[in-house]
Design a protein around this ligand. Sequence first.
Ligand SMILES: NC(=O)c1ccc[n+]([C@@H]2O[C@H](COP(=O)([O-])OP(=O)(O)OC[C@H]3O[C@@H](n4cnc5c(N)ncnc54)[C@H](OP(=O)(O)O)[C@@H]3O)[C@@H](O)[C@H]2O)c1
Length: 278
Amino acid sequence: MSTTLVIGASGTVGSELSRLLAASGQTVRRVTSQAPAHADQVQLDLVSGSGIAAALDGVDRAFLLAPPGHTNQHELLGPVIDAARERGLRRVVLMSAMGANADEHAPLRRAELQLERSGLPWNVIRPNWFMQNFHTFWLHGILAQGRILLPVGRAKGSFIDARDIAAVAASLLSRDDLAGRDFDLTGAEALDHDEVAALIARETGRDIRFQDITPEAMLEGLIGAGLPRDYAEFLVLILGFFKAGYAERTTDAVQAITGRAPRRIADYVREHRQTWLS
Ligand SMILES: NC(=O)c1ccc[n+]([C@@H]2O[C@H](COP(=O)([O-])OP(=O)(O)OC[C@H]3O[C@@H](n4cnc5c(N)ncnc54)[C@H](OP(=O)(O)O)[C@@H]3O)[C@@H](O)[C@H]2O)c1
């Protein structure tokens, strides 16, 4: 029986991935950094490195991600990749981020390279910005002010539904024909934030608009919300890449790997309308 370790199993992508794997009859070992509350959970803290050996013993596949809030992703993931290599896992899928491979020295790229050179059967998936950000990270601004406040101008993004990322990861974890390949994952269409705000406004009947803000205002807001300065600066940097147009590209990877077209943002907005009405 195959056992898959899922890092970030309580998070946006990992929870859906765990559900998909379990639904297909696979055994899932769900990682949490907190005290486990369920029999299928295991405690592993990527920051301290505690729990890695116990978490990986007996698994033959693993899904890796670096938790948000940290800019040293290669240091967090390196020991897990080492442990996976020592145990000869049959597949390791790493979720990185679209654009991470633009700089060979970027921390996420360094984690990708370590995995690619590990000798393990690997996949790297690099999703674009998640649709789900609109009801998580950007929710407060929408509820409090009716505004999506971001320093991205009129640039477009091919936002991806996290459920499609999970579906891709589930497929890659269980098939051999695509091992050793990386994939940029996007939705099928690119929209700017005015267009996304209009979709949410139409669905909810609320006055919700996009407002372009300066990178400095964004940084101040993120730090004010409690993010560490270095991570806040990292987010402002990559929002600058969005503004420069790097998030607009679309790929056919979701369709090619899962056999299904990516979910559309209009459908995502309809399904989540209640979150912007509370
Ligand atoms: N949001 C986007 O638009 C976007 C776009 C591209 C790529 N990404 C990438 O997506 C990843 C985040 O995925 P997500 O949104 O699915 O996650 P998420 O919903 O933010 O959840 C984070 C997960 O990390 C776990 N975690 C937190 N601290 C941990 C620690 N010290 N050790 C082990 N696990 C820890 C949490 O579990 P516990 O609380 O149970 O420990 C939780 O399951 C990041 O690597 C980010 O770069 C995001």
